[in-house]
Design a protein around this ligand. Sequence first.
Ligand SMILES: *Cc1c(COP(=O)(O)O)cnc(C)c1O
Length: 200
Amino acid sequence: MTLLAVSKTFPVDAVVAAAAAGQQCFGENYVQEAVAKIEALGRLGLDWHFIGPLQSNKTRPVAEHCHWVHSVSRLKIAERLSDQRPANLPPLQVCVQVNLGDEATKDGCAPGEAAALCRQVAALPRLRLRGLMAIPEPDPSPDRQRQRFAQLRQLRDTINRECGLAMDTLSMGMSADMEAAIAEGATIVRVGTAIFGGRT
Ligand SMILES: *Cc1c(COP(=O)(O)O)cnc(C)c1O
């Protein structure tokens, strides 16, 4: 399992300190902030994951600077990332984000659309489809947290079977629900405040 340290809103110094303690993978939500940190810290050889909402006019810097994108929720975004991925870099690793509860305000494709989107993303030449990502609505009940994460795992397994894919990644779990996510098979947990402290 990979611990992704979500460093959004925290300064470069906080990333340097975590890297010095052995942390390799960092997550960012905002394109400008991500690019600024990646350029400032290029010498450290860290892995950068873009996990925030991505608009089509902001895909190029992400395709050029990041190693992973967890928040692919539309084909158009995936196509642009594939087209814009520089030829001298390995394929961009991506997850399809699923809106498990079909909440109106959340990003991500509907669960019923995920299989078709995965099949299309998997066919793009400069992307490598790794799995699914979700941000379930906050819920204090560990049982209900687990149900949501189990739903994402089952969806991943079903899509793999039905589409002949080999997605190996479940990006799920944050500071408040990472135990439940790990119990349900998370392969990447995205943890911010539990590592860096509260965001202002
Ligand atoms: C901010 C954020 C996280 C980390 O949340 P914490 O509650 O600080 O652990 C994880 N995933 C996404 C997509 C985020 O935006």
